[in-house]
Design a protein. Sequence first.
Length: 471
Amino acid sequence: MNDIRFYLDLFNTTVPELEKTAATALRRGGDYADLYFEYTSYYNLILKDGAVTSGGFHTDYGVGIRVLKGEKTGYAYSENLELAEMLKAADAASAIASCESDGRVYSKVAECRPDFYPMANDWRKTEASTFLPFLTSLEQEITAKDSRIVKVIARLAYSVSDIMMYNSLGELTVDTRPMGSLSVSIVFHQNGKTENKSVSRSFRIGSEFICPALAAEIAEEAVKGIDERFDARRPKGGQMSVVMGAGASGILLHEAMGHAFEADFNRKGQSIFSDKLGKQVCPKGVNVVDDGTVLSNRGAVNYDDEGVPGQKTYMVEDGVLKSYLHDRISAAWYGVAPTGNGRRESFRYNPIPRMRATYMESGTADPQGIIASVKNGVYVDEFSNGQVKIGEGDFTFFVKSGFLIEDGRLTMPIKDINIIGNGPQALADIVAVGNDLKIDNGTWTCGKEQSVAVSCGMPTVLISNLTVGGE
């Protein structure tokens, strides 16, 4: 849906009113101003104990107005889109940003009309009751797979956002963003022991998301590896080689490296990578990407929340740090083009540099050969509860599942360990990159000041030296 008249009518405004509001925002001499209109419809259904027990629906509607002047940002929002109220918000943002300008120049971006998330069936045109049989049958399909299952909780959440953006450069951009997410938590009980498993899928897609193939995939993954979880133990800790499994291990890449590549941290000298642009940061052949163009991906953006077209950005190319992740502010400061990473939680927040789909591209190594090359180490494939210090690059991640590697073979299942390291050092210590890139399509959400939808991925990767916190 990209008919500009539809969006102008939806937000009950006109192009002259947009121009007047932007001019009001700049009346104290700002360098740049933009308007971000949003109308989002949110829905959710929750199944517990074999029945859908609750559900909800709400909408979010309003405009956020930002003024940039030198190093100052003025921001105000209104849930009332009458012209008088928008002008009040614009004036407030102008007053907040009032300072001496450094003459920073903001440039137009290339016009583009991408469509990375086509929606075959609009969620808003489908009754929620239509999805009840799916949730019930999903629960039955999961419980039929393992007699140890004592509880299943399933949550279906979906939304559609109509977005319109206008700025003082005269750029008018519109976008409609669907999102469908299914999360399932399963509790297993065996011989007095309890194990939990969580499975999720999320895509920018319409209600065609709900289908038998999705249920079968979720059910299969729900019981995968549960025998190993009951048998898993904490291994002896120490310095050792760590093999990161393809897929969800990408969360380590997101947290320990991706945030440190965001341009606001680097512009302010807060990132360990602030002085490493153009330098070798990991072995040749390693490519680290943040990508807004993966079709129907949770992190995809036709346009970011500043109206910059979605694009694929190589942060690290052939081992060299090539680019930070830029919004318009950092792009103007560095004198480069924005990379489409200006994102926000809603119209109530100003945009800041954020990731989209962050992953390492495939290398050439055989994944089984990578494991076979390790004499003593661990294989890990599922993480939670990570902590990262952006300035120092130090990170700690809790491992939910994995295996010991002994003489090139996966042996004892392991759990409840920490992986501890340093981002730049971990990149430098990459020994092998598998040919099996997998993007994890779970319900990943990044919480840097605001919450935004992201995704992550990785091929199988061997890091020669990390600290494993075990027994």
